[in-house]
Design a protein around this ligand. Structure first.
Ligand SMILES: [Zn+2]
Length: 360
């Protein structure tokens, strides 16, 4: 029919959050494929935290599998890993780890010639990539590489996530990535008004309700680590799934993420977490958008997430923030509060100082 539009929503088939649930993986595999060819992807550290237990669970059910240790998440490395996936004819990838392993897994499943399903087994609750269909690879600047299918299943074992050696920091970064949805959704609506991009009222409404719920729950939840993991995980999963539902990255990716990527380019050797950069970007962009940025600072402070460069674990130059603010609009073609020309140096400095992201 002329003028009709086909919207395809792809969402995970199952999301399991709970304690000691890795033994659910074999039944997911059996439900997916008559002849599964499984590959387990882990990182060097996550192999010991979670990978070996997954190997044991699969062996117990007589499911044969190949293994792959992901050491790097550059585009070049991901292409090499993709060769291994192809050579083993793997059609189910179990990605157990943090962002790096899951992003590489998404890339491999995206590039595979045959349909390759991905089971995401996150070891942190620090970013929404654990459920979204979008891939970020650190090459050269955490650039958005492309869209994949979202994971077919997400198995989030609280007992494993709680063991992360740097749990409070990663959880706080998860809160940082979650508050970023407030500025992302504002940008999406703005782009709809200014550039007529498609905006889903349904997705926008669901995300906003989920965000309010998160804001109400998060301070209380942070008192208890296990509860905090569940609240942050659910918020990240909702955002990731909504990206797949609407097939639009703008659900969770606005000017705050553009700033995050620009800052990553300015400080490539720095070990600032994605959610920590997004948190600072959210404070800055909320102020530009006329939103209550102090409320965002309050949520982040309650979570222990850095709200200015002095609180970061690694030292960064205030100029990096100002430069990133000036360059952020060029990171991606999506239209945001930054417009087509971005901020002047003076405006960027004023914004960073007014929000206390840098000190005078
Ligand atoms: Zn993010």
């Amino acid at each position: 029919m002329p003028g009709s539009e086909i919207l395809e929503s792809i969402v995970p088939r199952s999301i399991i959050i709970g304690n000691s649930i890795l033994n659910k993986i074999p039944q997911i595999i059996v439900s997916l494929r008559f002849k599964p060819k499984v590959m387990v992807l882990t990182g060097t550290k996550t192999r010991h935290i979670i990978g070996e237990e997954i190997y044991a669970v699969l062996e117990q059910e007589d499911i044969t599998f190949d293994t792959l240790i992901v050491e790097e998440a550059s585009l070049e490395a991901a292409s090499t890993y993709q060769d291994s996936v192809r050579d083993t004819n793997s059609n189910i990838l179990i990605c157990a780890g943090g962002g790096k392993v899951i992003d590489v897994g998404k890339y491999c499943s995206f590039k595979a010639s045959e349909k390759t399903e991905l089971i995401s087994v996150p070891t942190t609750a620090s970013h929404d990539g654990i459920a979204s269909p979008f891939i970020f690879l650190n090459d050269p600047t955490e650039k958005y590489i492309g869209e994949s299918r979202p994971p077919v299943a997400i198995v989030a074992d609280i007992d494993k996530i709680i063991q992360h050696p740097d749990l409070p920091r990663y959880l706080a970064a998860g809160v940082g990535d979650t508050v970023g949805k407030m500025t992302a959704i504002w940008d999406w609506r703005y782009a709809h008004r200014i550039k007529s991009v498609r905006f889903s009222r349904f997705v926008g409404g669901v995300l906003q309700s989920a965000d309010s719920l998160f804001q109400n729950q998060v301070s209380e939840a942070l008192v208890d680590q296990e509860n905090a993991i569940k609240v942050v995980l659910k918020a990240l999963l909702i955002a990731g799934v909504l990206m797949g539902t609407s097939n639009d990255i703008r659900v969770g990716y606005g000017s705050e993420h553009l700033f995050s990527q620009a800052l990553h380019s300015e400080t490539p050797d720095n070990d600032i977490l994605h959610g920590e950069r997004v948190a600072m970007g959210t404070i800055l962009m909320a102020k530009l958008q006329g939103q209550d940025y102090q409320q965002i600072i309050n949520i982040l402070e309650a979570a222990g997430c850095p709200t200015n460069i002095d609180e970061l674990e690694e030292e960064i130059d205030p100029d990096a923030i100002v430069n990133a603010l000036q360059k952020a609009h060029r990171v991606d073609s999506i239209y945001t509060i930054l417009g087509e020309t971005g901020l002047s140096k003076k405006a960027a400095e004023t914004l960073a100082l007014q929000t206390n992201v840098i000190s005078s």
